[in-house]
Design a protein. Sequence first.
Length: 143
Amino acid sequence: MKWLAALVSCTLLGAPVLASEITPAERRDHPFNAAIPACNDPSVLGDISSRFQSRESQFWGSSLAILGYENIRETAWRPWGLEQLPRRFCTGIALVSDGYKRKVEFSVRDGLGFLGTGWGTEWCVTGLDRNYAYAPQCKQATP
């Protein structure tokens, strides 16, 4: 019995560690396209503004809208590696219709568009995350 335990131990300890090769998301069977727009692309900012205003009016009965943006910059590109979904994380200042400037955290991701095709955005405006989806203070919207 001891010899069987020794044999199993030697086999397990002597076996090479099997490492998987990193396959970029663009080269999978169902590939993702890493050609997503930049943080300051008008279509990205327009998507965030439109969805923000829609959410505010439909769910919160508010007339708040994002009127513009300042200091938009990228904070991370694919922070979890090539094998993960292509993501661009961004931050900036949103000029809201109530006269306040609020920090906005957002990401542009492949596969978040209509029916999972194309790119889409996930975003959070600090102080206006009323359902705490990205709490605390939009931290969960950052990498």
